[in-house]
Design a protein around this ligand. Structure first.
Ligand code: PEP
Ligand code: MN
Length: 263
């Protein structure tokens, strides 16, 4: 169902006023995790002003260590929704448990499946049974073929609103957190009608590398970007080193406008 052989025209997913997969490069921005009311509302208002279209923020965080901050759960969902309403932006958040899908649907406009759950087939089937758009991140060791099969799990249950997100894969390289597979964008453009977005934050792991990979992703044809932004990255509960502060994010968006006018 993801194949271009089945459906030739590009899938455009509408969320509120935002179209993902259309002409405009969609910018999703916000903190890795919702930490408190001031943090998420402040971030929402600022990134909106700077040109972001969709607000992100994790409420259920799939952390490598069980001793790391796990997210605010339901309270995080409530704060994210409130921030989205104040800033007038649709919101996206990760769902990690099939039993949470209905709850997350009450608060989020878009569901996110994280890299660690990209082959959690029961979770994929469950998000396939709702109609909210799903951002399906690439599993960190997944081939593009396997990734598209995961998309099939969602599509075949009836939810045709799947957005693929390249977020870097595991390689031998350690200078960056993951290796951004830019060629995946080119391959997916050939293989599928689904929108493809890129997350240069998790791909690189360092704020200083995020802008260049964001520009490269747009040049390669990405339909959107997901960027981690935090009011004080050095104080973030999670993923601080890869999070942009407000001024870096503002600069990134301004530069992107120059790029998108020529690509
Ligand atoms: C995230 O978006 O905060 C996240 C955990 O991403 P990934 O699943 O790509 O690591
Ligand atoms: Mn993160």
């Amino acid at each position: 169902l993801a194949s271009k052989e089945v459906k030739k025209e590009k899938t455009v997913i509408k969320v509120g006023d935002v179209s993902i997969g259309g002409k405009e490069v969609v910018i999703i921005a916000g903190p890795c995790a919702v930490e408190n009311e001031a943090q998420i509302i402040n971030t929402a208002k600022t990134v909106k002003l700077m040109g972001a279209h969709i607000l992100r923020g994790g409420a259920y965080k799939p952390r490598t260590s069980p001793y790391s901050f796990q997210g605010l759960g339901k309270e995080g969902l409530e704060l994210l929704k409130k921030a989205g309403e104040i800033a007038r932006m649709p919101v996206v958040t990760e769902v990690v448990n099939p039993e949470h899908v209905d709850l997350v649907c009450e608060y989020a406009d878009i569901l996110q499946i994280g890299t660690r759950n990209a082959q959690n087939f029961e979770l994929l089937k469950r998000v396939g049974q709702v109609q909210k758009p799903v951002i399906l991140k690439r599993g960190m060791s997944m081939t593009i073929k396997e990734w598209l099969m995961s998309a099939e799990y969602i599509l075949s249950e009836g939810n045709r609103n799947v957005i693929l997100c390249e977020r870097g894969i595991r390689t031998f390289e350690t200078a960056t957190r993951n290796t951004l597979d830019l060629s995946a964008i080119a391959v997916l453009k050939e293989e599928t009608h689904l929108p493809v977005i890129v997350d240069p934050s998790h791909a690189t792991g360092y704020a200083k590398y995020v802008p260049s990979m964001a520009y490269a992703a747009v040049a390669a044809g990405a339909d959107g970007l997901m960027i981690e932004v935090h009011p004080q990255p050095e104080k973030a509960f999670s993923d601080g080193p890869q999070s942009l502060n407000f001024s870096s994010f503002g600069r990134l968006v301004e530069n992107l406008k120059l790029f998108t006018s020529v690509v």
